[in-house]
Design a protein around this ligand. Structure first.
Ligand code: TYD
Ligand code: MG
Length: 453
């Protein structure tokens, strides 16, 4: 056996080098190259199929195990697949441990044996939390351990249907001398959990912490190795939590699950549109309502804008819940094409309920809310606006218009403003449809067009 040679691996991207470098040559991050020793040789999971098979003769989809929390089951693509590896990422304190504790309880209630492994909290802490939020169950096992081999041993002994590892960054493979959370450690641990899942048919949930930059602490490498990557998101000071799939080998990635953090743990939000809507007896200026798609689900949300005189040479454009570049574009289009003077005003825009929305279908409502605040005129009551706004000021049609309008109609909205090029079949809806070509036209129809500037 030759002398153990050290080498260096970037903790962000997994690039390796024989010498230490101050800056990673692959991803360009500084100070991320950390010392590792060679991986133990010879341990690799191999696929059971080693000769070509006719695909039609292979078995169909494995039956899924329902967790019993519908919002979570939907994001997983209809339940968890036995033998699969699911990574749950999210910032510290967002509620990952709580979500998985509740999932563990729901699974036990459904008759599945569950093993929770925690390297982060003490058994007493977890049990007391479980008791407090009503998640104690005789078929729910807890192991506080960070040693990978002992975790594997416990899993072999107990044979759980589902295993939860909280967190991946605290588990340590004793044969490797590097610290837990390093690239090699994590890769090895994921490989071993993969082997365990495939051999035993247990589904394994791995918790992964996310750094401020939005990446899973450590390499993205882990994301490539697992079957399913879920992110749990939300604002720290808001009770709303959104569960999103960013990768799913067994389903769609457009689904989201919506929860609220309460004193008694996470609660599913059953009628999100109602939840996000700020109801007022009288319409106020600076608000506009849009219908966006979160996954396959339409969601009615309110855009709030505040436009105030600015003392700055470059007035502020501040957004929460929408992309700031998007806001800058909408403001520029309003100014140039909508004839709303904003170059001497600060503009603040937010979304009610703490949601973060990327969909361009929100543009028209953003423009209307800003114009409404600038002109201090409220939009007509009961109106929703759905449309993307192009740089030319045109209002463009968006997908799934009928579903969106049905949702708005269900919540009592009576008028919809949308693109004249939208081919939505709206005749069966009990709504007035205002078709518009451009932002200027939309503002005119809403009574907030400023012909005088
Ligand atoms: P936790 O699940 O520990 O987060 P993570 O595992 O992602 O780090 O949740 C931590 C936060 O959730 C904590 O700040 C307190 C809050 N919380 C509640 O508000 N209600 C509850 O019932 C529980 C269990 C937690
Ligand atoms: Mg935790």
């Amino acid at each position: 056996m030759g002398a153990e040679r050290a080498f260096y691996v970037c903790t962000e991207c997994g690039e390796s080098s024989a010498q230490w470098l101050g800056r990673c040559p692959a991803c360009g991050n500084f100070g991320t190259m950390s010392r590792e020793s060679r991986e133990p040789p010879g341990r690799r999971t191999t696929l059971a199929v080693s000769r070509p098979l006719r695909m039609v003769e292979l078995g169909g989809e494995a039956p899924r195990l329902q967790v019993g929390i519908p919002e979570l089951d939907r994001v997983l693509g209809g339940g968890v697949v036995p033998g699969s590896l699911v990574l749950l990422g999210g910032e510290p304190g967002i509620g990952k441990s709580t979500l998985l504790l509740q999932a563990a309880y729901a699974l036990s209630e459904g008759g599945a044996k569950v093993l929770m492994v925690s390297g982060e909290e003490s058994a007493a802490q977890i049990a007391s939390r479980a008791r407090r939020i009503g998640c104690l169950h005789p078929d729910l096992y807890l192991l506080c351990e960070t040693d990978l081999e002992r975790v594997e041993e416990a899993a072999r002994e107990l044979e759980p249907r589902v295993m939860i590892v909280d967190s991946l960054q605290t588990v340590r493979c004793p044969e490797m001398d590097s610290a837990p959370g390093g690239v090699n450690q994590m890769r090895e641990c994921v490989l071993r959990f993969q082997g365990l899942a495939k051999d035993s048919g247990s589904a394994v949930f791995l918790v992964g912490h996310v750094t401020k930059e939005g990446l899973l602490a450590g390499p993205r490498l882990v994301e490539h190795m697992v079957d399913c990557v879920l992110y749990f998101e939300g604002e720290r000071f808001d009770s709303l939590r959104v569960l999103r799939a960013v990768k799913n080998r067994f389903g769609s990635v457009s689904e989201v699950g919506i929860f609220e953090m309460t004193d008694g743990g996470l609660r599913e939000v059953e009628d999100p549109s109602r939840h996000f809507l700020d109801r007022r007896p009288q319409p106020v200026s600076g608000t506009a309502t849009a219908v966006v798609m979160e996954g396959r689900r339409p969601l009615v949300v309110e855009v709030q804008a505040l436009v105030v005189p600015s003392r700055l040479p470059a007035p502020k454009r501040v957004s929460t819940g929408i992309d700031h570049r998007r806001l800058a574009i909408d403001v520029a289009v309003l100014e140039r094409k909508g004839r709303i003077k904003l170059d001497d005003r600060d503009v603040y825009v937010g979304i009610s309920g703490g949601l973060h929305i990327l969909e361009p279908a929100l543009d028209l409502a953003v423009c209307a809310a800003v114009a409404s605040s600038r002109r201090d005129r409220a939009l007509p009551p009961g109106t929703v606006l759905v449309g993307e706004v192009s740089l030319t000021g045109e209002v463009r049609p968006v997908s799934r218009m009928e579903e969106r309008l049905r949702e708005a109609s269900r919540l009592g909205f009576s008028t919809a403003v949308l693109s004249a090029r939208s081919r939505a079949r709206t005749s069966r809806l009990d709504m007035d449809i205002l078709e518009v070509d451009d932002v200027k036209g939309a503002l005119a129809r809403l009574g907030i067009y400023a012909a005088d500037r």
